[in-house]
Write a protein that binds this ligand. Sequence first.
Ligand code: MGD
Ligand code: MGD
Ligand code: SF4
Ligand code: MO
Length: 702
Amino acid sequence: MTKTLHHRACHLCEAICGLTIETQTEADGSTRILSIKGDAQDSFSRGHICPKAVALQDIQNDPDRLHQPMRRVGNEWQAIEWDEAFALVAERLSGIQARHGQNAVAVYQGNPSVHNYGLITHSNYFLGQLKTRNRYSATSVDQLPHHLTSHLMYGHGLLIPIPDIDHTDFMLILGGNPLASNGSIMTVPDVEKRLKAIKARGGRLVVVDPRRSETAAIADQHIFVRPGQDAALLFGVLTTLFDEGLTRTGHLPVEGLDSVREAVAGFTAEAMSARCGVPAETIRQLARDFAAADKAVCYGRMGVSTQAFGTLCQWLVQLINLVTGNLDREGGVLCTEPAVDLVASTSGGHFNRWQSRVSGLPEYGGELPVAALAEEMLTEGEGQVRALVTVAGNPVLSTPNGRQLEQALDGLEFMLSIDFYINETTRYADLILPPTAPLEHDHYDTTFNLFAVRNVTRFNEAVLAKPRGALHDWEIFVGLAKAFAARTGAELKPTMAPDQMIDMGLRFGPYGDRSERKLTLAAVREHPHGLDLGALKPNLAARLKTASKAVEAAPAVLLADLQRFAAQPVPKGDELLLIGRRHVRSNNSWMHNYHRLVKGKPRHQLLMNPADLDRRGLADGQRVRVRSRVGVIEVEVAASDEMMAGVVSLPHGWGHARPGVQMAIASEQPGASANDLTDERQLDSLSGNAALNGVPVEVEAA
Ligand SMILES: Nc1nc2c(c(=O)[nH]1)N[C@H]1C(S)=C(S)[C@@H](COP(=O)(O)OP(=O)(O)OC[C@H]3O[C@@H](n4cnc5c(=O)[nH]c(N)nc54)[C@H](O)[C@@H]3O)O[C@H]1N2
Ligand SMILES: Nc1nc2c(c(=O)[nH]1)N[C@H]1C(S)=C(S)[C@@H](COP(=O)(O)OP(=O)(O)OC[C@H]3O[C@@H](n4cnc5c(=O)[nH]c(N)nc54)[C@H](O)[C@@H]3O)O[C@H]1N2
Ligand code: SF4
Ligand SMILES: [Mo]
């Protein structure tokens, strides 16, 4: 019997907290987890941890987790061998493509695809061979407007300026609730302490949100905004900065600022107030306070990207930082210089080179908006989607109008899911291929080091051995790629293991062979608590990838979108609008099967302002029916003065009471799915991102 201490980061969310995990190996060779704690020696996370990391052991031990390929035979699932499974996929997908064309096979990649490096390095080894234009991912129900804005303004979709939270004097947060999410496109372990530190050094925190969120509750100022109308508020702030001479010149080369100034001139705080429900004087004062701060950050996240003007919002966020001199400035927003630098090593991406077949939605970076996935399956004609591969995703619970997607999945000729659960989506699959669990594989974070508030790097060793007969995600893709190439006669280039690719990435990176540090994988491995590479520094001028080598302040497609914004009717204000929320004990749709996280009072009620309840003769705790254009759900309502009047809030990722879902604990507390209400036609039509927030609903007694 031996006890071992392991140090690695948790990669369940974007905060990448350092963990100390104690295991015990028995005489029979089996190993179990004794404890999971925050790693106080991690210089980045400084011991911070949240309840999800402790649940890593529950994922490991979950009796519902799959360990072998599962093939559907009628309504039964049968375990089969890996080689048989790979051959089956190759036969079915190649056959469908031969009969109906390459685009007849669609792919959906979910959120853990960027939290597990084997999926980043190897999914395209197989998926690339499919050569389909029907590629989809969770990006278009999330951060697509961030990528598109950076692509247009800075020349690369991953060149996203990050709040310098540790050095700022003023932080304005719109549509983000880092106290629940632990930060997003801002990798910042222990965010609460860092936000409170802004206040402690005499700075200010302002939160704009239709709900007084956990983050709003610790802010100096909270501004209620009508859902989906942040662009109006941000226009009001920007025009105030221009009108009142509150701008400051920065050091960056900039093109097009005069065009911006001219184009937005009419969108004054006074003109915008009725749209966003914020008094003009509050908007103007916000602009003045922001400009008066020596160093300030404007940051907008989920709540402002997944709405009808999500890309305009992200553009305005960039512009406000730019014109106040806070772009690429310490204490403002800064770009990282990560050890594996995907900005330097990849091209800037492309937008709208092709469109979806049915609705003509634009591609971004080779992917189409997922709101179009169901209609591409349901609409007959040449190019109709007849098969689907899902990878680490649960689009039935995560994408708009989930019920319509279910109907579409039911009609597919073949569906493959790479996942370790039989859940709301994978229950439609013909074959499920389960990878190893999080602690059974190693990991290097190429995504969240890119978005971190400091330059950091670490290699995460596997804590538990790979069980006999199990495969890592990347090995599954290698197996699929080989079988598919063998079947179609395609040539397959050799590949290498993910850690070897990271070694190359490190050597070619800014701290690699050509630098003094000479960072290699072996060198990073010597720092199990992570390696700090220093604070973020101004670097954007050198990193810009625009053709002009300047910041493009006025991209044509954004200026054109102003007309769509201006043409929108002023909201009547008598509608009830649905928004989403997150909770620290939950992780999108897939961590509800662990007693440790779901115990206690339910956290999936509909929150509603007491005045809105009264008006409908409803009472706190009652069951209500919530209806939208696309569907209806039943859920318990909770009176909450956190909610702005006219707004209700429901977390997504629930709705586990569906036949065939094999997740015992989740099924006991199923909740209802917010995406049975969200509308696949409600989009930020510029980017195609789903407008999951601001969905008109009606609520009545059930
Ligand atoms: N209404 C509403 N809808 C939303 C949102 C919202 O705020 N409101 N948020 C949106 C956002 S931001 C996102 S990112 C999406 C998320 O949407 P998805 O990515 O579609 O869903 P997840 O719930 O993250 O599902 C992850 C799946 O991956 C599996 N999984 C976990 N780890 C691994 C792994 O290592 N390998 C493999 N192969 N599988 C794994 C899990 O079992 C689960 O089935 O939801 C979006 N949907
Ligand atoms: N615990 C936990 N952590 C997570 C996740 C999780 O599911 N659980 N998911 C991870 C993922 S995939 C992501 S993308 C990140 C997201 O991280 P965040 O962007 O911080 O997401 P949320 O916590 O959903 O916060 C969104 C906020 O926007 C508000 N909001 C809704 N509509 C509007 C609007 O129209 N205008 C404004 N101004 N605000 C609005 C909501 O009330 C909410 O407070 O979190 C990640 N971290
Ligand atoms: S905040 Fe929680 S889930 Fe996110 S990385 Fe840290 S411990 Fe993991
Ligand atoms: Mo996300």
